[in-house]
Write a new protein. Structure first.
Length: 287
């Protein structure tokens, strides 16, 4: 089995926690909400057989610093850029899920020369959610709005992190107990850490800045090979939006896949399918 190492490195003014495994062409995996880099536990050993796999906790999440500011996606993409610089990586294949997909998309727009290929998982771009917002979408994306309220979410969630997380994991997964036992406990512990809930809220509270950034270059398509995959059974993404159409607006060289019997967390709900799709898509990436 490929050895995994965990370390902290300062990049873009924050201490970033990173898990790394394998050698070869670099692949960076960016997690989403309500997770940490732990979300990629089923991908790391498989991808590390062929690639150098780098898994940071995003700004505000897990063991990475949780500063008061800097959560707009341009700056979070810069977190990744500066991490690459510190690790002497000049070009990367980038895989992002949910919030991490937003960071990865902004990275692809801002640093096109530094990305060879892009994977976005179960993600509707922020500006599309805002553009198409109606009563049905607002109901599915209620947490987008709730998390924008200053201070109140932190106050209500404190001491009840397990209830908050249980709701999302049960509601968002095809199998409501897909995240349970040790996996669930690991996430609860992560979000019980000082500043962890506030860090996640800060990520969402950057939405207005993120939308403004996205509108500036909304006409510019991502040129690198892009794969969008999503859970076919998640009511807030695959069942609510025309995902191939949306991502064809975003990227000019696109593959799309809907994963059956899967909700919002494909990498955890259907890891074997996701691993196969990733390995096929990454084929030929030599660094």
């Amino acid at each position: 089995m490929t050895a995994t190492r965990s370390y902290t490195i300062e990049a873009n003014g924050i201490r970033q926690h990173v898990v790394e495994a394998g050698k070869g062409a670099p692949v960076i995996l960016l997690h989403g909400f309500p997770e940490t880099g732990y979300a990629w536990r089923y991908q790391i050993p498989v991808l590390a057989e062929k690639y150098r796999v780098i898994v940071p906790d995003l700004r505000g999440y897990g063991e990475t610093d949780k500063p008061a500011s800097g959560y707009d996606k341009r700056n979070m993409a810069l977190d990744v850029r500066e991490l690459m610089r510190k690790l002497d990586i000049h070009k990367v294949a980038l895989v992002g899920h949910d919030r991490g997909a937003r960071v990865a998309t902004r990275f692809a727009k801002d640093h096109p020369d530094l990305i060879d290929r892009l994977v976005v998982m179960d993600n509707v771009p922020t500006r599309i959610v805002a553009r198409d917002l109606n009563a049905k979408i607002a109901k599915a994306y209620w947490f987008f709005l709730f998390h924008l309220v200053p201070d109140l979410p932190e106050a209500l969630i404190a001491g009840r992190e397990h209830l908050w997380l249980r709701h999302f994991f049960s509601d968002w997964c095809y199998d409501p107990m897909a995240i349970s036992g040790e996996s669930f406990d690991t996430y609860v512990k992560a979000y019980q850490a000082p500043g962890a809930v506030r860090g996640a809220m800060a990520d969402y509270r950057a939405n207005s800045v993120d939308i403004a950034q996205d509108l500036e270059d909304g006409h510019v398509k991502i040129e690198c090979p892009t794969m969008s995959l999503w859970g076919a059974d998640f009511y807030a993404v695959g069942k609510l939006f025309d995902m191939p159409k949306i991502w064809s607006e975003m990227a000019s060289n696109l593959e799309t896949y809907a994963i059956e019997q899967c909700g919002h967390l494909p990498q955890e709900e259907q890891p074997e399918i996701v691993n196969k799709l990733l390995l096929n898509f990454l084929e030929g990436w030599k660094g």
